[in-house]
Design a binder for this molecule. Structure first.
Ligand code: ZN
Ligand code: ZN
Length: 174
C-alpha cells in the first residue's frame, strides 16, 4: 500500500493491511515469515512542517529464524507499536538546518511523493528483532567436536581449543 502525501493532505489515511508470507522479502535476512503480518494505523502530513509525515500504528507478525548457537528453529513473535516521522528528502538539499531531535525521535526521509507501507514495516520489524537470535539466553550451542546439540545431550568431548592455543603461545614466549 502506497501512502501518498497528496492523499494525506486531503485527510488522514487509515490503514488496516494484511501481508501474507512472501509479499515482503525476509529471506535475505535469514528469516521466514510464518504468520500473516497485520498492520493497523494512520498516516498524516503535519501542518506547517513543509511536508513532514507522521505514521503511527501497531503490527503483529511471527517469524522463524535459526538459533545462532545450536541451529534449531526459533520462533520470533512480534507485537509492536510504532510512531514514526519522515521528512521529504528534497528538504535536506534545500535548507541546511535539518533539525535533529536528540534522542527522542528518529527522523527518516521519503521521496517520490510518499512512502510504501511494506518498506516501513520491513524496516521496523528488522529493528525490533534481537541482534542475537538464540533459542534461549543460556543455549549451550553445538559441540565443535561431535556436533551434538549440547542442550539435548551432554557429550563427553574434551573442548578447550582456546586455552590450548594460549598455552602454546606462552610456551613460545618462554
Ligand atoms: Zn540454541
Ligand atoms: Zn561432543
Amino acid at each position: 500500500m502506497f501512502l501518498s502525501v497528496k492523499q494525506m493532505e486531503l485527510r488522514k489515511i487509515r490503514f488496516d493491511e494484511i501481508f501474507e508470507p512472501g509479499q515482503i522479502e525476509f529471506t535475505s535476512e535469514n528469516l521466514e515469515q510464518i504468520s500473516p503480518l497485520h498492520a493497523v494505523g494512520t498516516a498524516e502530513v503535519l501542518k506547517n512542517t513543509g511536508g513532514e509525515v507522521r505514521i503511527q500504528g501497531r503490527y503483529t507478525i511471527e517469524l522463524k529464524a535459526v538459533c545462532d548457537r545450536c541451529l534449531i528453529d526459533v520462533r520470533l513473535p512480534l507485537d509492536m507499536a510504532f510512531d514514526l516521522f519522515y521528512q521529504p528528502a528534497a528538504r535536506i538539499a534545500r535548507d541546511e538546518e535539518v533539525e535533529i531531535h536528540e534522542g527522542e525521535v528518529e527522523i527518516g526521509f521519503y521521496q517520490g511523493g510518499g512512502l510504501e507501507l511494506a518498506d516501513i514495516l520491513r524496516e521496523q520489524i528488522l529493528l525490533a528483532l534481537p541482534m542475537q537470535r538464540v533459542c534461549s539466553e543460556d543455549c549451550k550451542g553445538i559441540c565443535p567436536v561431535c556436533g551434538a546439540n549440547r542442550n539435548q545431550k551432554n557429550c563427553d568431548c574434551h573442548v578447550s581449543p582456546v586455552n590450548d592455543q594460549w598455552g602454546a603461545l606462552r610456551k613460545l614466549e618462554i
